[in-house]
Design a protein around this ligand. Structure first.
Ligand code: SF4
Length: 539
């Protein structure tokens, strides 16, 4: 399905339903399937006299790394909301013609990787709902709620449809936590303003959420009380921008104003910016944003992501020194830490692997010949650099270990004498319930390798499994110190299993929880089918 197949409805009445495209569900092929999958990116703009659809397009373009399955933009011209969304990259979903047909002065945008709900057109965002009083509501969500089942139950009691009939989800139903939140918010806004409804609903959401939402007149932005995911406010000459990352502000020419506080709701309209507090802040920022998720040119809590990664590399060199000829990164996310490692160790830095910058998610199924190329689709070795060298290879993390195993084999075939792997995060041992899709516990190599008699034994098991000569991970303390944030203000749960936001019963968490709730699956069935549920069975 291309944009050309999706006519823009120019006759939308006030608060029209979203512009609809025939749902398509191509089997997306993820070339990075062994890496942690990022959550989503959100963007919002209030700017009369600006082309807000295009600003949002470029904002999402800057946030593309946070979600590559679907993209969407909602705009309001003060009397109606138009939504355009589809599966695919931002540049695949939108073209000049589509954006030109979306006039307005308020917009919210979203790029999605699914953390709750499957990869379907219905789950693409912004989600649109009409309130009982006839105004529109468009919402984008970054993060993942942990009380989705409870919220869905509440929505069902209120008779709020997710195309549920007889307790069963209909094929076209959205199955995301974000859709449930939108339904509850639209329902509550029947008796009060969206602002008041949000102030009542937001304290009942548990988990990680950065929301950008809008009606015809006002842009809203809210961040959960733990501030797990980043969200910031920027200023245009004649307007305001909210975005997941400061890099997106830079790219649309907005000046950074401040981060949206944990537990804060902002409302932005012709009266300016109003700040409301819906919960007391208990900051627990995701440390993995610093390690891998955020762009290096983003700043979180006053700390540059790039500087953090370089500092992790310096500390890694002190914690795990080794004699070698060359430090090479696994591009791109391993690059700053490799630079730091070279600085900290005095071993020269060089590029030994070239990354195809445009590889990521593709909707073209690879042929068997291409599939066998595996990692070469993404990384190609520079043989003349590698041949005859003792290499230190720096990567951001190891999840399943498949990528590193293939990479090491490829480097040896290219003539490397020794391969010493250094990892810029501690071993990932626990799943994330706050918006990052790792693997299930059983799939995480740090849980499967070695006999677990000791930490060293586990490391040795991973080393043998991936085929490295030596292996060293940064310590949790070293990683935290590099962020320059107090430990008490960070979530490190995927490394230490200490989840800062209480998790509900095992059956009610996981990516496909809502499909289960909607189809009336029993808890036992959910538990058996939900690989993430094993996270709570600590070793
Ligand atoms: S569990 Fe890991 S990835 Fe998830 S929010 Fe915490 S630190 Fe981030």
């Amino acid at each position: 399905m291309t944009n050309a197949d999706m006519p823009v409805d120019s006759e939308c009445p006030t608060s029209t339903p979203p512009i609809s495209a025939t749902p398509v569900n191509p089997a997306a092929v993820d070339i990075d399937e062994n890496e942690p999958r990022e959550e989503c990116g959100v963007f919002g703009v209030w700017a009369p006299s600006e082309d807000v659809a295009k600003l949002t397009y470029y904002g999402l373009y800057a946030l593309q790394h946070r979600g590559q399955e679907a993209a969407g933009i909602a705009v309001s011209d003060g009397s109606q909301i138009l939504v355009f969304k589809d599966l695919g990259l931002v540049s695949q979903v939108f073209d000049e013609q589509t954006l030109a047909a979306m006039p307005g002065h308020i917009a919210v945008g979203h790029c999605r990787y699914s953390t709750t709900g499957g990869v379907t057109w219905e789950n693409a965002q912004p989600i649109f709902r009409t309130t009982a009083v006839g105004s529109g509501l468009a919402l984008g969500h970054n993060g993942n709620l942990v009380n989705t089942a409870e919220l869905a139950g509440r929505a069902r009691e209120l008779g709020l449809g997710q195309a549920v009939k007889g307790g069963r989800a209909q094929p076209a139903a959205a199955t995301s936590d974000s859709d449930v939140v939108t339904a509850l918010l639209a329902h509550a806004a029947a008796d009060s303003s969206i602002e008041q409804a949000a102030m009542e609903l937001l304290p009942t959401l548990k988990g990680a959420f950065c929301l950008t939402f809008m009606d015809e007149h006002t842009l809203y932005a809210a961040r959960d009380p733990h501030g797990v995911r980043p969200l910031c406010l920027g200023r245009l000459d004649r307007g305001w921008v909210v975005a997941s990352e400061t890099a997106a502000l830079d790219i649309v020419g907005a000046a950074f104003v401040r981060e949206i506080e944990p537990g804060e709701l902002l409302a932005i309209d012709a009266e300016g910016v109003r700040s409301m507090r819906f919960a007391n802040p208990e900051p627990k920022g995701c440390v993995f944003e610093y390690v891998y998720l955020a762009r290096p040119d983003t700043t979180i809590a006053g700390r540059s992501v790039h500087s953090t990664r370089v500092e992790i590399g310096r500390r890694l060199a002190k914690e795990h020194p080794v004699e070698a000829d060359l430090v090479i990164p696994v591009p791109e996310s391993g690059t700053p830490a490799a630079v730091g490692y070279a600085q900290g160790s005095g071993v020269p830095y060089g590029q030994g692997l070239m990354k195809n910058a445009y590889v990521g998610r593709t909707f073209i199924q690879p042929s068997q010949t291409i599939r066998q190329l595996g990692i070469r689709l993404k990384l190609n070795p520079l043989r003349e650099v590698i041949r005859g060298k003792r290499l230190i290879v720096v990567d951001d993390s190891i999840v399943r270990g498949n990528t590193q195993r293939a990479l090491i084999r490829m480097l040896r075939e290219s003539g490397a004498l020794e391969i010493h792997v250094r990892i810029a995060s501690p071993p990932v041992k626990w799943p994330c319930f706050y918006g990052i899709d790792f693997a299930s516990r059983a799939e995480l190599i740090a849980n499967g390798a070695g006999t677990h008699d000791s930490y060293d034994d586990m490391i040795e098991g991973v080393r043998r499994s991936i085929g490295a000569d030596t292996l060293g991970y940064i310590s949790t303390e070293g990683m935290i110190a590099a962020t320059e944030q107090p430990r008490s203000r960070l979530c490190c749960a995927c490394f230490d299993g200490d989840y800062p936001i209480a998790l509900p019963a095992e059956a009610a968490i996981g990516k496909n929880v809502l499909e289960g709730v909607l189809t009336g699956q029993s808890e036992a069935m959910l538990l058996s089918e939900n690989a993430n549920a094993s996270a709570l069975s600590r070793p």
